[in-house]
Design a protein around this ligand. Structure first.
Ligand code: NAD
Length: 346
C-alpha cells in the first residue's frame, strides 16, 4: 500500500527503548472531531503489518463514526508485541498515556483486541484522552455488546423491510455465525421477536446454550454461511464474505455484527450481483462506538440506546440511495460517508 495516495492525516511511531515499548498511532481524519478508536495489542509478524493494521482500522473508525452521526474522526493505536511481565504491561500503557498527552487530544484511545480496562486505567494515570476506564460506560462490556447487538437487531429489521416490505421477524429464519458477546445477545432479541434461529460457533458449549435458551437449531462453523435462511448474520470474524462464500450464500440478506466482513471491496459488488441485500458492517455495528461517544459526552445508557436507534434510519438511507444511484449497498455507504466527510478531506 502506498500511504501517500491515501487520505491519512498522521502516522506516529512511539517508542520507549528502556522498557521495550513500541507502538503506532494512525490518525485518519479529525475534521468531525478528535480521532477515536481503540488500542490493539498483538504480536505482529513485522512493523509493516502493524502499520497496515493501524491504517486500515483507523480509516474504518472514521467511516463508522461519521455514518453514526457522532462528532469524532478515526484513529487507532497498535502496540507491537506483548510485555513479558505485569509490571512492564503497566509501564507500556503508562508510556502510551504520556505520549497521548503530548498529542493534546488529537487521538483518544480505548479498548480493542488485546487491551483491558486495567490497561486503560494505566493510560488514565497519565492523560484524560482515554475511554473505557473502570466504572465508565464503555468499560461495561455488557452495555457495549448489548448496544451493538441491539443496533444489529434494528438493522436486520430495516433490511427485512427493504427486502420483503415488512420488518416482521415472525417465522423468519436467521443464521447467526458466532455466539460470543454480541451474537448471543442478538439471538435473544431475535427469539423475542419470534424469529427461527440456526446457529454455529467453534465453541460447542455456546451452541448448546443457544439451543437450550432460544430453541436454536445447530449448524457447523463450516456450513453456517450457506444454510438456507432469510438473513445470514456474521457475528464472529472478519473476511467471511469472500468470493467462494458469496457464491454459496442461500439467503436474501446479509446483516451482522462482525467488522470488515467483505474480504475485498469487489465482494460488495459480488453480493449485489447475486441480488442479496447487504447491510454494510460499519453502519449496522455502530452500537459500540455510540456507547463510547455517550461516555465522552457524559451521557448515560439511555442516551446511548436512543442514539443506537438511529441505525435503522441510517440503513434505510443507504438502501434507498443505493437504488437511486445504481450502486451496491457497500459502495453507497462509502459514498454517503465520503459526502458527509466533505469532498476536501483536509
Ligand atoms: P467474541 O469474541 O465475544 O465472540 C466471537 C464468537 O465467535 C466466539 O464465541 C467464537 O468462539 C466465535 N467464532 C470464532 N470463529 C468462529 C467461526 N469460524 N465460526 C463460528 N464461530 C466462530 O466477539 P464479539 O464481541 O461478540 O464480537 C463479534 C464480532 O463483532 C467481531 O467481529 C467484532 O469485531 C464485532 N464487533 C463487536 C462489537 C462489540 O461491542 N463487542 C462492536 C462492533 C463490532
Amino acid at each position: 500500500m502506498n500511504i501517500w495516495t491515501q487520505d491519512y492525516e498522521q502516522l506516529i511511531f512511539l517508542q520507549d527503548r528502556s522498557i521495550g515499548f513500541k507502538a503506532i498511532i494512525a490518525v485518519h481524519h479529525t475534521k468531525l472531531g478528535p480521532a477515536l478508536g481503540g488500542c490493539r495489542m498483538m504480536d505482529y509478524g513485522n512493523e509493516e503489518e502493524a502499520v497496515l493494521d493501524a491504517l486500515r482500522l483507523a480509516r474504518g473508525m472514521t467511516y463508522k463514526s461519521a455514518l453514526a452521526g457522532i462528532p469524532y474522526g478515526g484513529g487507532k493505536a497498535v502496540i507491537v508485541g506483548r510485555p513479558g511481565t505485569a509490571v512492564n504491561r503497566e509501564a507500556w500503557f503508562r508510556s502510551l498515556g504520556k505520549q497521548l498527552h503530548k498529542l493534546n487530544g488529537l487521538y483518544i484511545t480505548g479498548l480493542d483486541l488485546g487491551s483491558t480496562v486495567q490497561d486503560m486505567d494505566g493510560v488514565r494515570e497519565e492523560t484524560a484522552y482515554v475511554t473505557d476506564t473502570t466504572g465508565s460506560l464503555g468499560a461495561d462490556n455488557e452495555l457495549t455488546a448489548t448496544m451493538t447487538a441491539y443496533g444489529v437487531f434494528l438493522g436486520i429489521r430495516a433490511s427485512l423491510k427493504r427486502a420483503y416490505g415488512s420488518e416482521s421477524l415472525r417465522n423468519k429464519v436467521i443464521a447467526v455465525q458466532g455466539l460470543g458477546k454480541v451474537g448471543f445477545k442478538l439471538c435473544r432479541y431475535l427469539q423475542e421477536a419470534d424469529a427461527k434461529l440456526i446457529v454455529a460457533d467453534i465453541d460447542a458449549a455456546r451452541v448448546r446454550l443457544a439451543a437450550a435458551s432460544f430453541g436454536a437449531l445447530a449448524s457447523s462453523p463450516e456450513a453456517i454461511a450457506a444454510v438456507p435462511c432469510d438473513v445470514f448474520a456474521p457475528c464472529a470474524l472478519g473476511g467471511v464474505l469472500h468470493e467462494g462464500a458469496i457464491a454459496a450464500l442461500d439467503c436474501a440478506i446479509v446483516a451482522g455484527a462482525a467488522n470488515n466482513q467483505l474480504a475485498t471491496p469487489e465482494d460488495g459488488e459480488r453480493i449485489h450481483g447475486r441480488g442479496i441485500l447487504y447491510a454494510p458492517d460499519y453502519a449496522i455495528n455502530a452500537g459500540g462506538i455510540i456507547v463510547t461517544a455517550a461516555e465522552l459526552e457524559g451521557a448515560d445508557a439511555a442516551k446511548a440506546k436512543s442514539d443506537t436507534e438511529r441505525i435503522y434510519g441510517s440503513l434505510e438511507r443507504i438502501f434507498a440511495e443505493a437504488s437511486l444511484r445504481g450502486l451496491s449497498t457497500a459502495a453507497a455507504a462509502d459514498q454517503i460517508t465520503e459526502e458527509l466527510l466533505g469532498k476536501q478531506l483536509f
